[in-house]
Ligand binder design. Structure first.
Ligand code: COA
Length: 378
């Protein structure tokens, strides 16, 4: 047993995984050996979920039956939707609403009580959770705006169906394809903080709904998934203030603030997902005649690299991409959860296969040998 302290568990290996690998110096990310660039270009989100959960890309027949089994699980129990409506009416934070709703799903899951070691049951639960999150999130977003939820459609893929339920109209091909690509890019990322939460919970042999609920709570924070919303709020603030983006960033840094969307525990260079999303953000801006969001972003990127040696992470360009797709800013982080749920489930399932309780230690720095004094004598 070593007494060396690794704050934030930086660099500590706690598990073996076949799922995804990050090369932080080369800026490379692979899922089960496939480069993220190839997957973003050629694979659908459904194919990627299958790859993560079943170890290889599906053939056409496997993909069809997997997709059908996901589509069949899109509807969400009325009680859950009612709760979502109440949370929206109470102005609950969207990530908190999603966390509550996903937790509640277990009450209606026929496999809820299956033991954590029953992998087939865990994957059935996983399929239901991933299939239902878009329905929950779209319902929340609509209820909050005083609109009725829209029923899922069976003829649309996962990405297009979400945009359809969110907006009440079918997305065009560019929007559907961009959103599918964003889901692919966010599906897994090694042992990031929320995935670690998921496996800590799984390692106690708790249930999958608990793992995913823990992970959603962890993703919510601004140092993790919450950063994508903060990036867009920064870009909007720059725009509203008519200030040069660099002046805005200089000022924020002088005040000791962090610039969301920059820096990473693992990448020392630009995040490969940011490269892909940056290109898409640029294309969307050019097509819509609003290149300013991409232009602000590149100015900030150049400045941060030069002055702080920090490169953008995935959240930096997902923000302007989603904004230009008309997605409400406060659901960017739940969209991240929608995608990453596939990775959480893959890791929780994989970890339990060769389970050991995760239980680190803290170095005690408090007092020793205190003498107890009765309350009336203190
Ligand atoms: N803006 C300004 N400075 C930053 C920064 C940022 N976004 N990210 C890191 N730094 C600085 C820190 O202030 C620190 O400087 P110091 O050594 O002079 O104090 C140094 O870089 C190292 O930061 P540290 O917090 O130790 O790195 P970490 O590995 O613990 O944190 C993040 C990684 C992602 C939490 C961090 O980069 C961050 O807060 N980024 C902004 C939030 C974000 O985009 N999160 C999404 C991640 S995908």
């Amino acid at each position: 047993m070593t007494d060396e302290l690794q704050k934030g568990l930086e660099g500590v290996l706690v598990a073996e995984s076949d799922l995804s690998k990050i090369d932080g110096d080369e800026g490379r990310l692979i899922y089960r050996g496939y480069g993220i660039e190839d997957l973003a270009k050629h694979a659908s989100y459904e194919e990627v979920i299958y790859l993560l959960w079943h170890g290889e890309l599906p053939d056409a027949g496997e993909l069809d039956s997997f997709t059908d089994s996901m589509v069949a699980e899109r509807s969400v129990d009325e009680d859950v939707l009612e709760t979502v409506g109440q949370l929206a009416a109470a102005d609950e934070n969207p990530m908190a609403a999603l966390r509550t709703a996903v937790s509640m799903l277990s009450a209606y899951d026929p496999d809820a009580d299956a033991p954590a070691t029953d992998e087939a049951a865990t994957l059935r639960k996983g399929r239901r959770i991933v299939a239902k999150i878009p329905t929950i999130l779209a319902a929340y977003a609509r209820e909050r705006d005083g609109q009725n939820p829209v029923e899922p459609r069976e003829d649309l893929d996962h990405a297009a169906n979400f945009l359809y339920m969110l907006n009440g109209e079918e997305p065009d091909d560019v929007l559907a394809e961009t959103f599918d690509m964003a889901l692919v890019l966010h599906a897994d990322h090694g042992l990031n903080a929320s995935t670690f939460s998921a496996i800590v919970t799984a390692s106690t042999l708790s249930d999958l709904h608990s793992s995913v609920t823990s992970a959603i709570g962890t993703l919510k924070g601004p140092l993790h998934g919450g950063a994508n919303q903060d990036v867009m709020e920064m870009l909007k603030e720059v725009d509203d203030s008519d200030r040069d983006p660099i002046g805005w960033v200089e000022n924020a840094l002088e005040e000791g603030r962090r610039i969301s969307g920059f820096g990473h525990r693992v990448y020392n260079v630009k995040d490969p997902r940011a490269k892909i999303l940056g290109e898409r953000s640029q294309e969307l801006g050019e097509a819509a005649g609003t290149p300013k969001w991409y232009e602000y972003s590149t100015k900030v990127e150049e400045y941060m690299l030069e002055e702080k040696g920090l490169a953008p992470n995935v959240d930096f360009y997902s923000a302007s991409t989603y904004y230009q797709m008309g997605i409400p800013i406060d659901i960017y982080t739940p969209i991240f959860a929608m995608s990453r749920s596939a990775g959480w489930i893959a890791h929780a399932t994989e970890y339990v296969e060769d389970n050991r309780l995760i239980r680190p230690r803290a170095r005690y720095t408090g007092p020793e040998d205190q003498q107890f004094v009765d309350v009336e004598d203190r």
